[in-house]
Design a protein around this ligand. Structure first.
Ligand code: DC
Length: 219
């Protein structure tokens, strides 16, 4: 069984996907973390973000492993590093590259064909798993999404305090990332055909989880 959960940054899809997978006793695939890990490797190696032989070589040399909620890049746990602001600023540009998407899509399909999975990302229900058993699309207002992102950064020790200037900056960055993710040519962020759309603004995580579980139960 495959359940896809797509949506923009800060829509709550990562947390909800993890909770749902745990509740159903199945695995969880965080595909945003995969694009972030590739971005980390590109930035560390100072590879220009463009299609090139150098990019092909870099992609061939990358080994990604997702295990127990952690992500390993060539054997190194990079779960913390991939949440840095520098990655936020570059990941959309990296995820526009055909070579990157081809590699990530193949890896995601290969991983999820082995077991039951909740797959979370931007193109799970639309491009990677169009025949998924259940598809959901989560959204929330930009203000609420910026607030959630700020809290996440603070929890991870990447933000000392939250004020209006921080929230305004995060909101602007988020809107720009949405623009890039929805406007790109390949597998843009979109509501997949057949997806149940949930606006999570003002809803608790429990409420959203409940809506998803009851939709799955109904079927
Ligand atoms: O969900 P996230 O913020 O960790 O995702 C980071 C970026 O990765 C997002 O801005 C676009 C890209 N991404 C993608 O293009 N396709 C996916 N399936 C998942 C993420």
């Amino acid at each position: 069984m495959i359940i896809t959960i797509d949506g923009p940054a800060g829509s709550g899809k990562s947390t909800i996907s993890k909770m749902l997978a745990q509740k159903l006793g199945i695995s969880f695939l965080d595909t945003g973390a995969m694009y972030r890990a590739v971005t980390l490797q590109i930035l560390n190696s100072k590879t220009p973000i463009a299609e090139s032989a150098q990019m092909e070589n870099l992609l061939d040399s990358i080994e990604l492993k997702l295990d127990g909620g952690r992500i390993y890049l060539n054997g190194r746990d990079v779960s913390g590093e991939i949440r840095a602001a520098e990655i936020d600023r570059n990941v959309s540009k990296v995820s526009e590259l055909r070579s990157v998407r081809v590699k990530m899509t193949a890896l995601q399909q290969k991983t999820a064909c082995r077991r039951d999975y909740v797959c979370e990302g931007r193109d799970m229900g639309s491009a990677v798993f169009p025949d998924a058993d259940f598809k959901f699309y989560l959204d929330a207002s930009p203000g609420e999404r910026a607030r959630r992102r700020a809290e996440q950064l603070k929890r991870n020790g990447m933000l000392a305090s939250i004020d209006n200037a921080v929230l305004a900056r995060l909101k602007d960055e988020m809107i720009e990332r949405d623009r890039q993710d929805t406007a790109r040519e390949l597998s843009p962020l979109t509501v997949p055909v057949g997806a149940v759309v949930i606006d999570t603004t003002g809803l608790s995580l429990r409420d959203v989880l409940q809506k998803i579980v009851s939709s799955v139960d109904k079927k």
